[in-house]
Write a protein that binds this ligand. Structure first.
Ligand SMILES: O=C(O)C(=O)C[C@]1(C(=O)O)C=C[C@@H](O)C=C1
Length: 368
């Protein structure tokens, strides 16, 4: 085939031929995925064919090949295309229901699409605890909840739920957060009122002070809700929300990327009943508490992790509700999978000295 077309006709002929091959290959891939689903059924996997570890491996290979080939598509774009192919293949046999923090148009919905692709049934819920209940009861196969924002800090509701649930963390999603000012129409000068989630107001404060110092700022429960209200109230009322919210609610973008810190990122967790297999690039999340009134208790508790040379990537504390003296749960992420001897052994040692200890999950590190 000519790889250096000189005319539009030649180039389009090449694209038509490639499209034919790509389509045939995608169909062939889908048939093999169907065969895999039947094999899994025979093995008795209970109908949940989703395999986060396998998907992470496929995506990592896609990105490695993209980098070796020098693009020209970005890693994010090529991974998204492959993610959609996998999502469509999986949905042929068992479409997943994924509960997320709604309403439609929230960043959590964007995280669902980024992680599971467009072929899942995404189910909007009003509160983080409802998402946990939906997955526990089987009303949803998986849930996606926000856990931390690089500016706003931890989402304490999610941490509190993790302590008590029997569900496991099966994956993580990291999403760069870009805020946009949306309205049904008009221009910046017409904006007299802005709806947003309190965190979004905090993250766009400098921009708002400079560009819209006189507009009334009214907080609502989510960015999706903000977009909905801007839609209902019309010209002069704006919302801070995502591009997706703009699409869903038919709003125009009055200003893009209005966040004060362009590196703003939110981390989400995928919760479910599955323990993903190791991939070689995994995170293990645990929660623990020490015995009261023991000086240096946290240091002693964590010593086995240091002795095993395990890389602790995150530590957060939350007060234990209802304890008279101030006691804390510590949420710790470390690099590695609980099925590897070094991690298992170190965690057994930690468990032996902790007042409370639970593995929240071992799951693949986010790929893109
Ligand atoms: O390899 C599998 O186990 C499959 O089911 C196939 C496949 C894919 O399309 O690549 C689909 C869904 C799973 O989550 C992982 C991978």
């Amino acid at each position: 085939m000519n790889s250096n077309p000189q005319t539009l006709e030649e180039a389009r002929r090449e694209i038509d031929a490639l499209d034919e091959q790509i389509q045939a290959l995608i169909s062939q891939r889908a048939r093999i995925a169907q065969a895999i689903a039947h094999i899994k059924q025979r093995m008795g996997d209970g109908g949940d064919h989703y395999r986060p570890a396998r998907e992470a491996e496929v995506l990592r290979r896609v990105i490695a090949r993209n980098q070796a080939n020098g693009g020209p598509l970005t890693d994010e774009v090529i991974a998204r295309l492959m993610r959609e192919i996998m999502s469509a293949c999986l949905s042929l046999e068992s479409p997943l229901t994924v509960a997320y923090l709604g309403p439609e148009g929230t960043y959590t919905q964007a995280a669902v699409l980024k992680h599971f692709g467009d072929s899942v049934r995404a189910r909007a819920n009003n509160a983080i605890d409802e998402i946990f209940r939906d997955v526990e009861s089987g009303a949803a196969d998986y849930g996606v909840v926000p856990v931390e924002n690089s500016i706003g800090g931890v989402v304490s509701h999610t941490l509190d739920e993790l302590v008590h649930t029997k569900l496991r963390i099966c994956g993580e999603v990291t999403l760069p957060v870009h805020h946009h000012l949306l309205a049904v129409g008009g221009d910046l000068a017409a904006v007299r009122k802005i709806y947003a989630h309190p965190q979004s107001f905090a993250q766009c404060r400098k921009w708002l002070d400079a560009k819209l110092p006189h507009a009334i700022r009214e907080t609502v429960s989510s960015n999706g809700q903000a977009a909905l209200q801007a839609r209902q109230e019309g010209v002069g009322v704006a919302a801070i929300a995502s591009l997706q919210a703009a699409r869903i609610h038919g709003l125009e973008i009055l200003a893009s990327n209005i966040e004060d810190d362009p590196s703003n990122t939110t981390r989400f967790l995928v919760i479910g009943k599955q323990d993903p297999a190791p991939t070689g690039e995994d995170i293990t999340s645990i929660v623990l508490s020490g015995h009261r009134n023991q000086p240096g208790s946290l240091l002693k508790l964590l010593q086995p992790l240091a002795n095993a040379g395990l890389d602790m990537t995150r530590i957060e504390s939350r007060p234990i509700k209802g304890s008279a003296v101030q006691d804390y749960y510590f949420f710790i992420d470390l690099a590695g999978h609980v099925s590897t001897p070094a991690v298992r052994q170190a965690l057994d040692e930690v468990r032996a000295t902790a007042a409370y200890f639970k593995v929240l999950g071992s799951y693949p590190r986010a790929v893109v």
